[in-house]
Design a protein around this ligand. Sequence first.
Ligand SMILES: [Zn+2]
Length: 139
Amino acid sequence: MEMKNFVAYMIDKGMLKPGGQCKCGGELVLKETETTKDGFRYKCSVCKNTASVRAGSLFAKSKMTLKDVVGLTHCFIPGSPVTDMPNKCGISTRTATEWFSMLHGLIKKYMEMTQKPIGGHHLTAEADEVSIGHLTKVA
Ligand SMILES: [Zn+2]
């Protein structure tokens, strides 16, 4: 998947901050840039002010780059244990754990939004099993 499409997808799903309006009233447009590790930043078409795509999002406090996230999404196979992921993807266990805790936050957020569980109790239980540490901050 193209990085830009992936970013657009994440914005669409509420995982990243949507652009919206700049303080000056101009429109914040998603731009590719070399200056951030994600390769993307919002830029106002009027005053040229820039804003982060991850500010205020689930990724705000994450050290993962969006490229890491894409990689993980590609190698994520439903049903396979989290502990297999580092081997399969060439990432650290810590990164895998962070990814799963964010995923847990997303599931919770989604459930709160829709007022009904996705995948029933089974999925909820699985997500809880992989949760650790800073999860409460995310959720
Ligand atoms: Zn502006």
